[in-house]
Ligand binder design. Structure first.
Ligand SMILES: Nc1ncnc2c1ncn2[C@@H]1O[C@H](COP(=O)(O)OP(=O)(O)OP(=O)(O)O)[C@@H](O)[C@H]1O
Length: 841
């Protein structure tokens, strides 16, 4: 009811359209959800002996026992060994002013000041000169300066000077596509720039690349996905570029905060720049980073601790902050916007923690404020602007703006975060932007902040916001069993090692194992009786894996990235590919055999088939082409090409192509990776432990950060929004600013200690135990075909959707969905696991 009453025709059509899309989606998934989730086929068993009840590190079987897992098909043809890939790196660009013997940078030469003037500035601002000289000396640097301090100059000036000396390029990795075009057009005329991102047409992209190759561009801006995709060789990947002088990672805090599960490509940015583009010098730029985040960033960028340049954490003086807790936050917001302090403002931005809230609050403001603000017939009271990924996947920041009619007169001004922010950083970014003249990227260009005093107000609820934010943290964690399944799929055993490794060598081998071994190294190892697998290309089909692990695609990719970035480089991620070849041959076996004479992959596939599987009649088969190419020692691309050519036959005389009637299609998007097939059970256990520990640590850190922020904000909050209605309270604002500065200095906001017992905003589990156990049993009996895990049950009680238990299906059952949001997730998981075990007996 809430959204229909105020919404007109177009929105209704949108709703119907969404419903239709939803139906189509679930028709496709029907077979999984109607008959219940497919039962896991992989057992919760030891890697070594296949028994339940222990992992392989405690396995009673002797180590020399053969691995009981099934092995791949034997090779039936002589194949060439794959040649290890040696990336051809572009030449490195030497520093413009080499550092002195002890690594010190030179005095700033006149040439640099001239270039500064050319860029339109008379003098450096604090922090700029030092950063510029470091980059010109080839020293990687991380620069943490507040928004508006002039960080962009620190890559613009070196880019200009490097390009003046020799044809070279500066790469800028920027996460915000909407900002990239603005950044390119906003550069000084002497600096030529281009950008490449997914929002461009092919023509625009080709024209940008042509300019880059012709060395007409000094700065190339890339999204992380474009960079990583290009390095992995996806279609439309980047061609050979001019040498790279240095790479700048803008909004570098994303390297540390966003990369996990949200944009996994960020995890690989530095590695790709180093290994595929030959970059030696990095510049990281960020406005908001705590000490631990900047340590993490510095490590990824290869910046020594002493080369992290941090400016003071200054919150603009024209910014008055206030925070209040209100029983009814919606009413508080309306009261606030009707007050004298806000009534005369031209526009207001409201940030919410949930996507659904923006729609609701936009409608609320439309109803309550139209008359109060007297906007006339063309005036628009509020509009919800979605921002961020699909619903339910993560916390979103949405803005609801109150706008006056007449597009050129619209000025978004103060920022009013309406809910508790997930971290001090999450709160400060919108606040700073309101105070510093920064406008939200979605606004049309030409809008801006006039520089007036403004007053962001946070309205905190009594703990409900915290519960919502906690849900997002729990949504990203996973079980040990899921991690184990992923490890099992990523490292299936192979038959290419010829000698068994002596048991006593096992520990030594696991100490230092590069994923790609050169043939000479392998030969040496083989002579010592230590034959080592060179690695195999594997395809892990995305959708089946997502269902089997009950993990979103991004979370799986993140775990695979962790393995690639591990010092032992357990695997190498390749470009995603369509892994299955579907082949339909109307002429049956005789035609297939005839075609196999000119198509080695088809010949190998036929040879691998057991005799009884080969029948007469028309053929329609599907096989894993990645596995086939790997078994032949071929690269995937030529194998696919050879199979595709089965569809045509060249005329012997004219050379024209004739249709053979054979249909070849590639299906099933898959993660593609290169991994060894001879890992010992002990090594696989090590990998599982490493991955699971990372997942758990991330969850605990995020929860602790949330708790600290919540406690700190509540410690200074007004009990109601009343005092915020009047003119800004300077003392209150100063306390809040100190709190935020403390967050970045990591004193722990408000100097609060973490407390034991139930989390803020949660009830004691003991008071609810009987009720919860009943609900769990009720849930298990309502869905008898499902194989629930403790985590799955806790997710349903907290209203967290997952691939196997989607909100669209389970959210409809209000008996369970979000029912116990006020209780600890871990405690719910524990109780659910106990009940599931009892239920199984
Ligand atoms: N040395 C300087 N002297 C005067 N103005 C400068 C100087 N350096 C930068 N500026 C100006 O400061 C403004 C803000 O600069 P810039 O956009 O680089 O800030 P920023 O730190 O990158 O902000 P954000 O964090 O929002 O990206 C720009 O208008 C820029 O021209």
């Amino acid at each position: 009811m809430k959204q229909k009453r105020y919404v007109r025709g177009p929105a209704l059509r949108g709703r119907l359209l969404r419903k239709q899309m939803w139906k189509q989606k679930w028709q496709k998934k029907g077979e999984h959800f109607v008959g219940g989730r497919p039962r896991a086929t992989l057992k919760n068993s030891c890697f070594r002996c296949g028994q339940l009840g222990h992992w392989s590190s405690q396995c009673p079987q002797p180590v020399s026992e053969k691995d009981p897992e099934p092995v791949g098909p034997e090779l039936l043809v002589t194949v060439e060994q794959p040649v290890p890939r040696v990336p051809c790196l572009p030449p490195t660009v030497p520093p413009l002013y080499p550092p002195g013997p002890s690594g010190q940078v030179a005095e700033t030469p006149a040439e640099v000041f001239q270039a500064l003037e050319q860029l339109g500035h008379r003098a450096f601002r604090p922090g700029q000169e030092h950063a510029v000289m470091r980059i010109l000396s080839g020293i990687s640097t991380l620069l943490v300066l507040p928004t508006g301090a002039g960080k962009s100059l620190c890559y613009q000036l070196p880019a200009l000077l490097y390009a003046r000396r020799s044809p070279c390029l500066t790469l800028v990795i920027s996460p915000l596509l909407s900002l990239m075009d603005d950044q390119v057009s906003g550069l000084p005329p002497c600096l030529k720039a281009a950008c490449i991102h997914s929002g461009m047409t092919r023509k625009e992209r080709d024209s940008a690349l042509k300019k880059v190759q012709a060395a007409q561009v000094h700065v190339l801006m890339l999204s992380p996905e474009a960079l990583v995709g290009a390095a992995a060789g996806t279609p439309g990947s980047l061609p050979q570029l001019p040498p790279v002088a240095f790479a700048c990672v803008d909004e570098a805090h994303c390297l540390s905060q966003w990369s996990h599960n949200f944009r996994p490509c960020y995890l690989r940015v530095c590695k790709v720049l180093r290994e595929h583009m030959g970059v030696r010098c990095f510049l990281g730029l960020t406005a908001t980073a705590t000490h631990s985040t900047s340590r993490d960033m510095a490590q990824r960028l290869g910046v020594a601790e002493e080369h992290v340049l941090r400016g003071p954490v200054t919150i603009p003086t024209n910014l008055y902050l206030s925070v209040s807790t209100d029983r009814n936050p919606d009413q508080a917001l309306v009261t606030l916007l009707q007050s004298d302090r806000f009534r005369d403002l031209n526009s207001v931005i409201v940030y919410c923690n949930r996507r659904e809230d923006t729609e609701r609050i936009a409608a609320l403001l439309r109803t309550c404020l139209r008359e109060a603000w007297d906007l006339g017939p063309r005036g628009e009271v509020s509009r919800a602007v979605p921002h961020g990924p699909a619903p339910g996947t993560r916390s979103t920041q949405l803005s609801v703006s109150s706008l006056q009619a007449g597009p050129r007169k619209l000025w978004p001004k103060p920022t009013t975060p309406a809910c508790v922010p997930g971290s001090g950083g999450g709160c400060s970014r919108p606040s700073w932007r309101a105070g510093c003249g920064w406008w939200w990227p979605q606004w049309p260009s030409g809008w801006g902040w006039t520089g007036q005093t403004c007053g962001p107000c946070s309205i905190l609820s009594q703990g409900q916001d915290l519960q919502e934010l906690r849900r997002h943290v729990h949504a990203e964690a996973s079980d040990f069993l899921a991690v184990k399944k992923l490890v099992r799929c990523s490292f299936p055993p192979c038959t290419c090692t010829h000698a068994q490794q002596p048991p006593e060598q096992e520990g030594a081998k696991s100490q230092d194992r590069p994923v790609t071994v050169s043939p000479s190294e392998a030969e040496q190892a083989s002579n010592k009786g230590l034959a080592q697998c060179l690695g195999h290309e594997r395809a892990l089909p995305v959708q089946p894996l997502v269902q089997a692990l009950d993990m979103p695609e991004e979370a799986i990719e993140t775990l695979l990235c962790y393995l690639e970035l591990h010092p032992q480089r357990w695997l190498e991620l390749l470009a995603p590919t369509y892994a299955y070849c579907h082949l339909r041959c109307p002429g049956g076996l005789p035609q297939l055999q005839a075609l196999a004479r000119r198509c080695p992959p088809l010949a190998v596939w036929l040879a691998q088939q057991p005799q009884e599987n080969i029948g007469e009649g028309s053929y329609s088969v599907e096989f894993d082409v990645v596995k086939l190419a790997d078994s032949m020692g071929w690269k995937l691309a030529p194998a696919k090409q050879a199979l595709r050519q089965l569809q045509w036959h060249p005329e012997p005389r004219t050379g024209a192509r004739r249709d053979t009637g054979v249909l070849v299609e590639f299906r099933g998007l898959a993660f593609c990776l290169h991994s060894p097939g001879d890992l010992t059970a002990h090594e696989k256990d090590q990998i599982c432990d490493f991955l699971y520990e990372r997942v758990q640590t991330r969850e605990q850190e995020a929860l602790a950060r949330l708790r600290r922020t919540f406690q700190a904000f509540h410690s200074v909050a007004f009990p109601s929004c009343g005092p915020c209605l009047e003119q800004p309270d300077e003392e209150h604002s100063a306390r809040l600013k100190a709190l935020l500065s403390g967050y970045f200095e990591e004193e722990g906001p408000g100097g609060m200690e973490d407390e034991q017992g139930p989390e803020p905003g949660q009830a004691r589990i003991q008071d609810w135990e009987e009720q919860i156990r009943q609900d769990i049993r009720h849930l298990l009996s309502s869905w008898p075909d499902q194989q629930f895990s403790g985590r799955a049950v806790a997710r349903i009680f907290h209203g967290i959707g997952s691939p196997c238990y989607p909100a669209q299906v389970y959210g409809r059952d209000r008996r369970f969905w979000r029912k116990h949001l006020h209780l600890s997730f871990r405690a719910l998981m524990r109780l659910a696991t106990e009940e599931i075990l009892l239920w199984g007996h």
